[in-house]
Design a protein around this ligand. Structure first.
Ligand SMILES: Cc1cc2nc3c(=O)[nH]c(=O)nc-3n(C[C@H](O)[C@H](O)[C@H](O)COP(=O)(O)OP(=O)(O)OC[C@H]3O[C@@H](n4cnc5c(N)ncnc54)[C@H](O)[C@@H]3O)c2cc1C
Length: 278
């Protein structure tokens, strides 16, 4: 299907993109286009204008600032996958993005687009929660920083407000932390039927799941069961049981609620075993 008619505007800076958003209140930002364009072709979205931010240099790249990794919103999955800084300080992200879609999706899709779109089956939201990331947004009233825990508010909905642009993702460097992501991919799209990210920093465990519910969420039961415990096969197996009750989980052609609940336990166990090197 074809999209409805729209105006195309290209921004060369964040300031220009913000100004264009003010001039075209029902416009959409265009990042990698790999969620937005299909949505428009299905006529599920019909913005009057697209504001292309793909060439905004200040939104691109990974850098280290003291004990934080700063990732520009327009950094592509491929750039995340091949970033030496991430491989050295946050191997969870290169591992997770390698499992996204196919090479074309990874060449065009961006971390900012993925987080702003907040697809319930997207891979990166779970990693953001497990890593304790902060999300920086710039809007007409200035800049604010949103904790990943407060960012995902529902299916395809986030804490971003009208006219705001997600500009950066800040990830604390946890030297020596063990981390991994395990997903059960949809056989056609490779989206996560269920994906679990874990970060074990000393005795502190953070874990989050995507694909299971309306949006990515922390696995509090798992975090409590394993925090302060040695990461042994027996402890991991005991902790990864009945993590979520099926009642509120997603159900579709790929998996029933009960099967999804089972997959959460299995993916959590896989991620922890991988993180622990077992
Ligand atoms: C065949 C296929 C397979 C896929 N498989 C997977 C998969 O396995 N796992 C997975 O996680 N994803 C998958 N995706 C989705 C893909 O990751 C998308 O690239 C991603 O969801 C959106 O990123 P984007 O840069 O393409 O954003 P766009 O499609 O350009 O934008 C998405 C939405 O976010 C908004 N937006 C974009 N950037 C910003 C910003 N900086 N600030 C505020 N709003 C912004 C846009 O206005 C739009 O509403 C797949 C997509 C396809 C087509």
């Amino acid at each position: 299907m074809y999209t409805s008619e729209f105006a195309y505007k290209k921004a060369n800076s964040v300031a220009e993109a913000l100004s264009l958003l003010q001039q075209h209140p029902d416009a959409k930002l265009l990042a990698g286009g790999h969620s937005l364009i299909p949505t428009m072709k299905l006529r599920l979205a019909a913005p009057s204008a697209l504001i292309d931010i793909s060439k905004v240099a200040e939104l691109r790249g990974v850098r280290k600032e003291n004990d934080t990794l700063v990732i520009g919103a327009m950094t592509t999955y491929h750039e995340l996958e091949t970033s030496n800084l991430l491989k050295a300080h946050c191997p969870l992200l290169p591992q997770a993005v390698y499992l996204i879609g196919d090479p074309m999706v990874r060449a065009k899709g961006t971390i900012g687009g993925s987080l702003a779109h907040a697809d319930p089956a997207a891979d990166l939201p779970a990693s953001m929660l497990a890593l304790g990331a902060k999300i920086k947004a710039q809007g007409p009233n200035g800049t604010r920083v949103i904790e990943a825990d407060d960012f995902f508010t529902g299916m395809f909905s986030t804490a971003l407000q009208e006219g705001e642009i997600l500009t950066e993702i800040h990830i604390p460097i946890l030297e020596g932390a063990k981390m991994a992501y395990a997903k059960f991919p949809h056989p056609a799209s490779r989206y996560a039927v269920v994906g679990v990210a874990v970060v074990v920093d000393g005795g502190n465990v953070r874990a989050a799941v995507t694909g299971a519910g309306e949006h990515a969420m922390r696995l509090g039961k798992l975090e409590q069961a394993l925090s302060g415990q040695p990461l042994t096969t027996a402890n991991i197996a005991a902790a990864c049981q009945g993590l979520l009750s099926p009642g509120n989980l997603n159900h579709d052609l790929a998996a029933s609620r009960e099967y999804r609940a089972h997959l959460v336990d299995v993916m959590a166990k896989r991620a922890l075993m991988q993180a622990a090197g077992l």
